[in-house]
Design a protein around this ligand. Structure first.
Ligand code: GAP
Length: 456
């Protein structure tokens, strides 16, 4: 029987919990809406996604368009910043969703999502659909989480958990330029937590209240911005395909006029067709020099850049910004969804076909039985591989069950030490994707694994 690629969200959520990819936060207390914890496999997967992004975008980005040179550096800003940052960025005044309250059931819903928001009353219907629903006029609800700094909880001590990592980069633009011997075109990258008090968190981790973003603010001259916009849009789209989102489910959608933010000149979304529908993984935008100018106005600091290479005497300008802004958790969910495969030919049909770079465990080392000298051969192989890659040693249960567990974790290869190993020094290599087996010399396990990882 053929393999099925697409899983229903329920099956994927169940596997995530059963195998320790993702748990509901504070589950023993009934959970908390919009917050999630990554288990042992999920933590490795998420780390691999972030490491791949950092390696491919910051340390070793692809060559620029038409041989143009550029620099990339990293930043790690605080989550709580001076509230003036959020006034300048427009988040205090405008980062809001329209909300309605129901006077009958006391529920609170997003006005633009009433059709998808269940009313707490029984029988279960969507908000506004019970005969006695009594909805208020919409009111704007700011999505930033508020907190207070210091001992006094009054308005002069209000601070916000950042709703995006981008503003920390804008606020530090001058610091980076002055301290780092960098020149434009320049990308400043950051991975970190962001927080939004989403009214309607849903679709597993897709819309959460606490999530991680990976963002690049790429600073360049206005005239070059269209070229760099196209460059980053295409680089970001192909990054996802290069890591395994190769199906027709991944699309790049250009925004049309009215959809563009008032300050943006161009924008495109990388979208993935999840079981719950097509949804955004990342947006790539030409944000003009709106943000730097807003911070110049509010802070009174000069955030312009002197470019000695433009014109005869150089040129001073406020740079344009191209912003590829993605969600780590959404990408992880897309990689999980794409990897999820059901193969009815296997005793345990579910497996995760992760790209080897993303696989949480790269290899497993199994002595066929935990005796007859097999562990003595298996342990040194394990010790050698673990110095370089995350791998697991397992000597319990039948070999079929051990393979099945590794298939569910998405482990690309398993090395089994068996009776023949003692005779001729070879081990069985078992491949996740087609369950094929071959024999190699036990001294070649690490090299074999590294060849496999490099091949994709
Ligand atoms: N600096 C621009 C910015 O933050 P955004 O479209 O609001 O733009 C960028 O967010 C990315 O962050 C989204 O494409 C998405 O992947 C992720 N993201 C936004 N809100 C999220 C949420 N509530 N839960 C999970 N990821 C979210």
């Amino acid at each position: 029987m053929a393999e099925a690629k697409s899983g229903s969200m329920d099956k994927i959520v169940a596997l995530c919990k059963r195998r320790g990819f993702i748990f509901q936060s504070s589950e023993i207390y009934g959970g908390i809406g919009g917050f999630w914890d990554y288990g042992p496999l999920g933590t490795e997967l998420k780390r691999n996604v972030k490491d791949a992004w950092w390696q491919d975008m910051v340390r070793n980005p692809p060559p620029g368009p038409d041989g143009r040179e550029f620099q990339m550096v990293g930043l790690d800003c605080s989550i709580i910043m001076n509230p003036k940052v959020w006034e300048a960025s427009g988040h205090v005044g405008g980062f809001s969703d329209p909300m309605v309250d129901c006077r009958a059931c006391k529920g609170r819903f997003r006005e633009d999502q009433l059709d998808e928001s269940p009313c707490p009353k029984k029988p279960s219907k969507m908000a506004g659909q019970h005969g006695d629903c009594d909805l208020t006029e919409p009111r704007e609800f700011n999505l930033m989480f508020k907190t207070f700094i210091g001992a006094l909880e009054d308005s002069s001590n209000v601070a916000y958990l950042r709703p995006e990592t981008a503003q920390g980069i804008f606020a530090n633009f001058k610091n980076v330029i002055d301290s780092s011997r960098v020149k434009l075109p320049l990308g400043i990258a950051q991975i970190g937590k962001s927080f939004r008090n989403e009214i309607n968190p849903r679709n597993f981790t897709f819309r959460s209240r606490e999530f991680e973003q990976y963002e690049i603010e790429f600073f360049c001259h206005e005239e070059e911005a269209p070229i760099w916009y196209e460059f980053w849009r295409d680089v970001r789209h192909s990054w996802y395909t290069g890591l395994g989102l190769t199906s027709e489910k991944l699309i790049l959608r250009n925004h049309e006029g009215a959809e563009l933010a008032h300050y943006a000149k161009a924008c495109a979304d990388v979208e993935y067709d999840f079981p719950f529908g097509l949804a955004e993984l990342e947006g790539i935008a030409n944000r003009t020099n709106y943000d730097l100018k807003a911070h110049m106005d509010k802070s009174g600091k000069d955030l312009s850049y002197f470019d000695p290479q433009r014109g005869e005497k150089g040129e001073r300008y406020v740079p344009y910004v191209i912003e590829p802004s993605g969600g780590v958790d959404r990408s992880v969910l897309a990689f999980i969804t794409e990897a999820y495969t059901v193969d009815e030919n296997r005793a345990s049909p579910e497996l995760m076909k992760f790209h080897p770079r993303l696989a949480p465990i790269k290899a497993a080392i199994f002595p066929l039985v935990a005796k007859d000298g097999m562990p003595d051969i298996a342990k040194p192989i394990y010790d050698e591989i673990r110095k370089h890659h995350n791998c697991q040693y397992d000597a319990k249960q039948s070999i079929g069950k051990r393979y099945a567990r590794m298939d569910e974790a998405g482990t690309p290869v398993c090395f089994t030490i068996d009776g023949q190993t003692k005779e001729d020094g070879t081990v069985t290599v078992r491949n996740r994707d087609d369950a094929s087996q071959e024999r190699i010399d036990k001294s070649r396990c690490l090299q074999y694994l590294q060849d496999q990882l490099a091949a994709d």
